[in-house]
Design a protein around this ligand. Structure first.
Ligand code: ZN
Length: 135
């Protein structure tokens, strides 16, 4: 794994949290994006080489809605940048990690992503991601 690509933070009200994190980080979000497959609306801030991703649920069955219900707002996942998500999935499966996604899928911000099950990683939800190569 190459670097911490981003840190995902679960929030209840993304507009309110955009304002808060803009003040905190002294930078505006560079994009907002809905990820239908995850039931989330996201916003991204660039902090040096690392992004902060805010996530708000778009419906009650969203994993983010369930997370907030159980644990409240806060850090949801850490995402590590890798060269190729599918290659890294194979390596992690070989090491015995339990993958939530056994194949890469499209995520927000033009990334090919997969999540490792937190029961494999001391309850830390870990995402791996690589940039989707533009044709
Ligand atoms: Zn993420």
């Amino acid at each position: 794994m190459n670097k911490i690509e981003h840190i995902g933070i679960a929030v209840k009200d993304i507009e309110q949290s955009n304002a808060l994190f803009s003040q905190l980080l002294n930078v505006q979000p560079y994009k907002m994006e809905i990820v239908e497959s995850e039931g989330v609306i996201t916003s991204f801030f660039m902090v040096g080489e690392t992004k902060i991703e805010l996530l708000q649920a778009t419906h009650a069955e969203s994993p983010i809605a369930k997370f907030i219900e159980k644990k409240g707002e806060g850090i949801h996942h850490i995402a590590f940048g890798v060269n190729d998500t599918n290659t890294e999935i194979e390596r992690l499966l070989g090491q015995g990690f339990d993958m939530i996604h056994s194949a890469a899928k499209p995520g927000a911000d033009q990334q090919s992503i997969a999540f490792i099950h937190p029961k494999s990683t001391n309850s830390v939800l870990v995402e791996i991601c690589s940039a989707i190569k533009q044709p």
